[in-house]
Design a binder for this molecule. Structure first.
Ligand SMILES: *Cc1c(COP(=O)(O)O)cnc(C)c1O
Length: 477
């Protein structure tokens, strides 16, 4: 309710409401497994419960919270449910949520170092921590020519990599004069749609993105890449950018980055590594095979907002040569000029990404890392991988299901032996129970069920339950 003098929420009222909001979230997370994982509403069901126009008179916080419970909740798909096995993990954690609250409380604009020095320095520091935690190459650390920055999403990171590569290969010409349509980018036929979208936005053009053939494990073939680049060069085109994927969205396939790097070095192309989901695995030394070849990458990205217990949005983006990125994205209008920027003594992160403004996203990642410690993160990543490998063994031993690709991390791709229709019917039936949620892909044209394990509260019993649901459903289709 508005308070006496004006329309603001009085701070003591805010305190009280804040406690109520936290109570609400704690109760939600305690009971999250009691909701149907996949929202069961029909299009328009939520909107038709909302008033036609904004209220003329301010309302109470109690009324708002009540509507979240009554109106919003049925329309929520519960990503934080321990029975969420769809797409990829989008996990979160109490320390990250608390960091998010503090970030909102401070509500600073971190576009320049000068607009809130701590916003930049904590971020730079946590990015350096990540390099060490994941054993990434030192050239991504801020004391070298490179550095890391938090982006909104992996899609933004890949777009920024494309722009940096574009300006490097043309000496800044495209920024000044626009493109000539000759620049050619490469990625695997299994790559994420964000690379295609990046090529649309960066003015490369989807026809100038080559989808390179993959092998039987859905990994990009270095020989096919090499041949395609040579062909394009011979045709007078300008190959400039390769995006390799460490853990594709469809099947978590790993491109052989070290072999790709041989090709990009030979032809002088920018090598970008998209490890959006899988990157977090490198916190465990025994899973660092995913980093093979990364020492030769020009840029690297992964999403703490997928598997590192940090709520969306929080993408980590690293470059080996930050000047390439800054040259592509720097602007300095009069109203942003200041001493620290002029001296070159600081990072101004507005030059490292698309928007000008930026919020204090490092806080939630900093809190998550500090709460768990490296040891705690390793423990949970190992649990997720172990549960996945256990599930995989059940599929291998099953009379009715079969494994489609073998994967060493936290995704199982499998199907029913009787084919597409049966596999689809089983998955649909399981999702309709509301007791688990899985999604599918197509591999070699065949309908494939994906089981992705990585939510914060997921335990072995939830994985066992999902397996039982799949087997039950198989009996009834
Ligand atoms: C999820 C994913 C993306 C996109 O991530 P956003 O942060 O949502 O843009 C890109 N690449 C891969 C391999 C992914 O798994």
């Amino acid at each position: 309710m508005k308070d006496k003098e004006n329309y603001h929420m009085e701070l003591e009222t805010f305190r009280k409401n804040g406690y109520a909001a936290i109570d609400w979230v704690v109760d939600y997370l305690k009971n999250v497994d009691s909701y149907p994982v996949l929202s069961q509403v029909k299009p328009g069901d939520i909107r038709k419960q909302l008033p036609e126009s904004a209220p003329e008179k301010g309302e109470s916080f109690d009324a708002m919270l009540k509507d979240v419970t009554d109106v919003v909740m049925p329309g929520i798909t519960h990503w934080q449910s321990p029975n969420f096995f769809a797409y990829f993990p989008g996990n979160s954690s109490p320390p990250a949520i608390l960091g998010e609250i503090l970030s909102a409380g401070l509500s600073v604009q971190g576009m320049l170092w000068a607009t809130s020095p701590a916003c930049t320095e904590v971020e730079t520091h946590v990015m350096d921590w990540l390099v060490k935690m994941l054993d990434l190459p030192e050239k991504f650390m801020s004391h070298t020519q490179g550095g890391g920055v938090i982006q909104h999403s992996a899609s933004d990171a890949t777009l920024c990599a494309l722009l940096a590569a574009r300006e490097r290969v043309t000496n800044g010409e495209v920024n000044k004069k626009g493109g000539t349509g000759k620049l050619i980018a490469y990625t695997s036929a299994q790559a994420h749609s964000s690379i295609e979208k990046g090529c649309m936005i960066a003015g490369i053009g989807t026809e100038n993105l080559r989808l390179v053939e993959v092998d039987e494990n859905f990994s990009m073939r270095p020989d096919a890449l090499d041949e395609q680049i040579q062909k394009d060069k011979d045709a007078g085109l300008v190959p400039f950018f390769v995006c390799t994927c460490v853990g594709t969205t469809s099947s978590l396939a790993l491109d052989p980055v070290a072999e790709m790097a041989e090709v990009t070095k030979k032809h002088g192309l920018w090598l970008h590594v998209d490890a959006a989901m899988a990157g977090t695995a490198a916190v465990c030394p025994e899973l660092r095979f995913i980093n093979e070849g990364v020492e030769d990458a020009d840029s690297y990205t992964f999403n703490p907002h997928k598997w590192m217990f940090t709520n969306f949005d929080c993408n980590a983006f690293f470059v080996a040569d930050r000047s390439a990125l800054i040259n592509a994205l720097s602007i300095l209008p009069e109203y942003l000029k200041n001493e620290a920027t002029n001296d070159g003594a600081v990072f101004d992160y507005r030059d490292w990404h698309i928007p000008l403004g930026r919020r204090f996203r490092a806080l939630k990642l900093w809190f998550a890392i500090r709460h768990y410690g490296v040891e705690g993160l390793q423990y949970h990543i190992r649990q997720h991988v172990e549960m996945t490998q256990q599930f995989k063994q059940w599929v291998i031993d099953s009379e009715i299901f079969e494994l489609v690709v073998d994967n060493p991390l936290n995704l199982i791709c499998f199907r029913h032996k009787d084919g597409d229709d049966v596999s689809e019917a089983i998955m649909t039936a399981v999702n309709q129970t509301g007791k688990a949620y899985l999604t599918h892909t197509k591999l070699n044209g065949k309908y494939t069920i994906r089981m992705s394990i990585g939510q914060t509260q997921t335990e072995m019993r939830h994985v066992e339950n999902a397996w039982a649901l799949l087997n039950d459903a198989a009996k009834n289709v």
